[in-house]
Write a protein that binds this ligand. Structure first.
Ligand code: C5P
Length: 300
């Protein structure tokens, strides 16, 4: 494999079509029952090889995200390098951030997955998918999903993935009023003491395609109530999304971004105008996880 010297990777956002926290596990994590669906909304990462062994990170589009050693992108690059067990050349990473952080859209995990894929390519290393999955899981519970891509049912911490082939026909409006939720706080707030039964989320989604009332009545996110209690504005936005004609609306992940499904892009764009003070994006479902967009060698 000829290694490129500059590489661009797309890191998509995801939403959770239903999310149940089934039980607390002895290792401190929780077993989940959820469906991950990738979106066309994405961050873009560009990688270029250095002549020394340093890793650097530059971020545009987000002033609050730290580009320091604790950034998941740098952690991913170092962990991959250690796992390969060879001294690899350093990499300059440029991250263009469009996915809000701490919003339940998986942006940090998608970026980490993009680094694993991008750095292996740039180094000309064929790292087995299993190894990437294991490294991904050390970095975050959602990372394996972004390596795999496509709509998937997830169990365990979120890493036991079953791909699910379905065309989701809706336009997706995302709304976040600037509320950022720390995932560990959200799990503590739910305080799952009693084990919960898993709903057949795939069955709900399948039936919801022809009868969306099923989604509205039965598809839940266990984080929603605790986040709405702490941030009542999230409950108000959900109501307003339904008043604006949403087919279905729910909070994604541990929040606080709400997603609303609409029949057409026009409907979603019209509804988005009701939230001029908030972060909104109209996007679509996407069929892949992290994807290499462009490779160039220096003499091209
Ligand atoms: O794996 P990730 O870094 O995304 O998890 C952040 C935190 O969320 C964990 O430290 C844990 O407190 C909680 N978590 C959990 N069960 C999961 C995923 C995350 O309790 N399945």
């Amino acid at each position: 494999m000829t290694a490129p010297t500059i590489l661009t990777v797309r890191a998509p956002a995801k939403i959770n079509l239903g999310l149940e926290i089934l039980r607390r596990r002895p290792d401190g994590y929780h077993d989940l029952n959820t469906i991950f669906a990738p979106l066309t909304l994405h961050d873009t990462l560009t990688f270029s090889l250095r002549s020394d062994a340093q890793f650097t990170l530059q971020i545009t589009g987000n002033d609050t995200l730290s580009a320091g050693d604790d950034n998941l992108c740098l952690k991913a690059a170092r962990l991959l390098c250690q796992t390969i067990g060879l001294q690899m050349p350093g990499i300059d990473i440029h991250l263009t951030k469009r996915i809000p952080t701490g919003g339940g859209l998986g942006g940090g995990s998608a970026d980490a997955a993009a680094v694993l894929v991008g750095a292996s390519q740039l180094w000309g290393q064929q790292v087995p998918a299993d190894t990437l999955h294991q490294i991904g899981l050390i970095l975050g519970s959602d990372v394996p999903f972004f390596l795999q891509g496509g709509v998937a049912h997830a169990a365990g911490r979120g890493e036991k993935l079953t791909p699910y082939s379905i065309i989701l026909p809706w336009s997706v409006l995302l709304v976040n009023p600037g509320v950022h939720v720390a995932t560990p706080w959200a799990f503590r707030a739910v305080n799952r003491i009693m084990e919960r039964d898993a709903t057949d989320l795939i069955g709900l989604l399948q039936n919801g395609l022809t009868n969306p009332t099923i989604l509205r009545d039965r598809m839940l996110n266990d984080f929603e109530e605790v986040v709405m209690l702490e941030y009542p504005v999230i409950r108000q936005i959900k109501k307003r999304l339904y008043n604006a004609g949403a087919v279905f609306a729910l909070m994604s992940g541990s929040g606080a971004t709400l997603f609303a499904l609409f029949a057409t892009d026009e409907d979603a764009i019209t509804a988005s105008r009701q939230f001029p003070a908030y972060w909104t994006v109209v996007t679509r479902f996407h069929s892949a996880g992290v994807e290499i967009e462009n490779l160039k060698s220096k003499n091209q």
